[in-house]
Unconditional design. Structure first.
Length: 338
């Protein structure tokens, strides 16, 4: 029986499950092809009948040269077999008591012999007798013992975890020393335990521009803001978090502005100057600077040192330093490397 903590976690997860569009996955994953080759990929918040993460890796299994693909889901998914079913004739597993399940794929052959690997082949594979799909004993919580055992096998974890469980989710990845590429709320940058990883260069942002927020699919009965081609979409401040290597982390930010005390005033309550735009970081100032969290989109650890957030006091959560008596949004304190 799942313990109380597991049940609470699963309950939270079901309330904020947002489903990533395939185009967003394709646009980000195209940068990591060589790092994925020969690896075991684990999508541990992904129902194979609904998840575009599963869809992407399954139909690109051979192209990416994957060793194995594993996917698991919560029990029950709030939109199971509804508008997001990847297969036209997708049928639920006929078991009234247990619905959480896993898939493990080690190959995706051209089963219908049409000369291409597509969803038809994946569907045939899932329906075959090769034990690619099996029911889990528990509820599919990513912290359950059986899901942790699957995690231990994995080389890289790629998914969109429940935002409400983001801290716990990342903590588990760090505990088991896993490579990952995951989606989280942009505000997670300011979480103390997440920012600590960023500061220590153990976690950084992916390729998608941090200012380019994402539209996620939601299921029937959930609030949404627009509908496109039958998909109900909700706007979320999402961004990619990873510890896979990216070329953008090696690109220097071009600095051209000169420091003046008038243009770069000091905070009322913090010994650093205010730089309201990342593009305005002065090229000739060697002291502490406060920059918006969007700085992380341009952060090169060889060019800058991250010293911390403006303040970690609990009562200041969600607000930054004061400037001329006015509270600003959170700032990252940085210094140029000479």
């Amino acid at each position: 029986m799942a313990d109380n903590k597991s049940l609470i976690a699963a309950g939270k997860a079901k309330k904020d499950e947002f489903y990533t569009q395939l185009s967003d996955i394709e646009n980000e994953l195209r940068h990591y092809k060589e790092q994925l080759r020969g690896k075991i990929i684990f999508c541990n918040c992904d129902d194979p009948y609904e998840s575009n993460f599963f869809r992407y890796f399954a139909i690109n299994f051979n192209y990416l040269g994957l060793k194995k693909l594993i996917a698991t889901c919560y029990d029950p998914s709030p939109i199971a077999y509804t508008q997001l079913s990847l297969f036209d004739d997708g049928e639920p597993i006929k078991n009234k008591n247990r619905h959480a399940y896993k898939i493990e794929i080690t190959e995706v052959p051209d089963l219908n012999q049409d000369g291409a690997i597509d969803l038809a082949d994946v569907e045939t594979l899932l329906k075959s007798k090769n034990n690619t799909l099996a029911l889990l004993n528990g509820d599919g919580d990513f912290r359950s013992a059986e899901c942790v055992e699957l995690l231990k096998q994995a080389d890289i974890v790629v998914t969109n975890p429940p935002f409400s469980l983001f801290r716990e989710y990342v903590a588990q990845l760090v505990e088991y020393d896993k490579k990952f590429l995951i989606i989280g709320n942009k505000n997670a940058i300011t979480y103390k335990d997440i920012f600590h990883l960023i500061k220590d260069n153990k976690l950084w942002l992916g390729y998608r521009n941090i200012n380019s927020d994402m539209w996620f699919m939601v299921g029937d009965g959930m609030k949404y803001e627009k509908e496109v081609d039958g998909m109900k979409l909700k706007h979320i401040m999402g961004c990619w978090f990873t510890n896979l290597e990216t070329t953008k982390r090696k690109e220097d930010l071009i600095l051209y502005k000169k420091y003046t005390p008038e243009e770069y005033p000091k905070y009322d309550n913090y010994d650093a100057i205010e730089v309201s735009k990342v593009s305005d970081i002065p090229c000739d100032y060697d002291g502490l600077m406060g920059v918006p969290i969007t700085f992380l989109d341009k952060y090169n650890p060889d060019q800058f040192e991250i010293l911390g957030l403006d303040d970690h006091r609990v009562e200041w959560r969600g607000r930054g330093p004061d400037l001329n008596g006015k509270a600003l949004y959170r700032r990252i304190i940085i210094r140029r490397k000479i």
